[in-house]
Design a binder for this molecule. Structure first.
Ligand code: NI
Length: 157
């Protein structure tokens, strides 16, 4: 397992637009594996490459079903609306209310550079939108309704 350092808000790279991936390489495969490790280690449901300092259009998402690797993702359909709490590993300890589509369909390449289409609703739709925004240099705080709140402390026993 190999963890990458997560860039946090204030780091200007998070505001940059990421570049399309043309070809899979061993280095990119290692990046994907490290991003999954880093996401799970930090209890995240998604991570974009820019968050570990790599300006490539690559995101990983796992909302509890299966890990999804999305390369050059494009949201091709949106429907409905959901308003709920959202956070980001680059803005640790905070969350805020964001309205997103209830369901989205995204077209992308997988880790084998095969075309895939993924439709998600609820949390998966939210994660897809959130991670695709990262590729444009956008953060959820740009969309937040009201104030950011401190996440409740988690108690360990
Ligand atoms: Ni995020």
């Amino acid at each position: 397992m190999s963890l990458r350092t997560i860039r946090v808000e204030g780091d200007e790279i998070l505001r940059k637009s990421s570049k399309e991936i043309q070809v899979m390489t061993p280095r990119l495969r290692r990046l994907i594996s490290d991003m999954l490790d880093t996401m799970y280690e930090n209890n995240g449901v998604g991570l974009a490459a820019v968050q570990v300092g790599i300006l490539k259009r690559l995101v990983v998402i796992d909302t509890g079903d299966d890990p999804h690797v999305l390369i050059n993702p494009k949201i091709i359909a949106r429907s409905g609306s959901q308003t709920g709490s959202e956070g980001c590993l680059s803005i640790p300890g905070k969350s805020g209310t964001v309205t997103r589509p209830e369901e989205v369909t995204v077209q992308a390449l997988n880790e084998n550079m095969e075309e895939i289409t993924l439709t998600g609703s609820g949390l998966l739709a939210r994660a897809i939108c959130h991670e695709c925004d990262h590729l444009e240099g956008q953060l959820y705080v740009d969309l937040v309704e009201g104030e950011l709140v401190d996440d409740e402390e988690e108690y360990e026993d």
